[in-house]
Design a binder for this molecule. Structure first.
Ligand SMILES: O=C(O)CCC(=O)C(=O)O
Ligand SMILES: [Fe+2]
Length: 273
């Protein structure tokens, strides 16, 4: 069932004021179990000899056996349909359409994040860039409770109210990050999210990963970047890349400023909205 008008007003207010909304009970256990079961089948396919009792156990078995095939599993999660069904859930899509007042939404980057106890994939604080649209909503929903030693998501309070900062890739993973000057303006806050609940995060909210402290536990998070048909250079100009580059990214990234008309890559005929 879709959210009511009143519920939506509250959710939109939360996103506008805090940069995110916490949505309770978005997915049922049955839906989560279907995803877990698909993931377990994929991992069992990699090593059928030793079936895992649980997704958690099997994940560590495959990680030990072949980090490369584990990586292939991760890549294929982006195309696994039980995950895609959840991130494209009609109530979420309806919310995003309502928030941006548009009738078309693009799935920008669906998939599954996995943070195991090695914590080598943790992302340093950043905003969401390099998507179809300048502003969009990031869906983040854990398959297992993301709280206590199972982690959560670190956000920088109200950082979405100041536009987009320049992004760099001067961190160990080579992922995008904002620099310390930007970070120190905001208070970090760890958000804890129950399995089946979801965060809907404005792309301009600075956020980063929380370490998984629990041994032999992995935090599995289904995600997507849901982009509206708004501020979408690719449908407005002929010679621009499909996704908006960020500063330092190449593809004209050095000329892109997410906060000015240069989002349209130096075109003088920019749109006003
Ligand atoms: O789940 C996390 O720790 C952060 C994920 C994230 O920010 C991203 O994938 O862009
Ligand atoms: Fe992110």
């Amino acid at each position: 069932m879709l959210y009511s008008k009143k519920q939506k007003e509250k959710i939109f207010k939360d996103i506008n004021e805090n940069g995110y909304a916490y949505l309770k009970n978005v997915y049922t256990n049955k839906q989560l179990n279907k995803v877990k079961s698909s993931l377990l089948s994929m991992l069992n396919y990699i090593n059928p000899e030793k079936k895992g009792k649980s997704l958690q156990e099997k994940y560590y078995q495959i990680k030990k056996m072949s980090p490369i095939l584990k990586g292939h599993f991760y890549e294929l999660c982006k195309n696994e349909l039980e995950i895609l069904k959840l991130v494209n859930d009609e109530k979420i899509v309806d919310l995003v359409k309502g928030f941006f007042k548009t009738d078309v939404i693009f799935s920008g980057q669906p998939g599954m994040l996995v943070y195991d106890d090695e914590n080598d994939r943790c992302l340093v604080p950043h905003q969401e860039t390099h998507q179809f649209a300048k502003d969009f909503l990031f869906v983040w929903s854990p398959l297992y409770d993301a709280k206590g030693d199972q982690g959560g998501l670190l956000i920088y309070e109200k950082s979405h109210k100041h536009g987009y900062y320049k992004h760099h890739t001067n961190n160990q993973l080579g992922s995008t990050n904002v620099n310390d000057d930007a970070l120190k303006k905001f208070k970090p806050k760890k958000l804890e999210v129950k399995a089946g609940d979801a965060l809907l995060i404005h792309s301009a909210l600075i956020h980063g990963s929380v370490e998984t402290k629990k041994k032999y536990f992995s935090r599995f998070i289904i995600i997507d970047r849901l982009c509206p048909l708004k501020k979408l250079p690719y449908l407005e100009k002929e010679n621009v890349p499909k996704k908006i580059p960020y500063f330092g990214h190449g593809e004209g990234g050095d000329t892109v400023d997410y906060n000015t008309k240069n989002i349209y890559l130096n075109d003088s005929n920019n749109r006003k909205n």
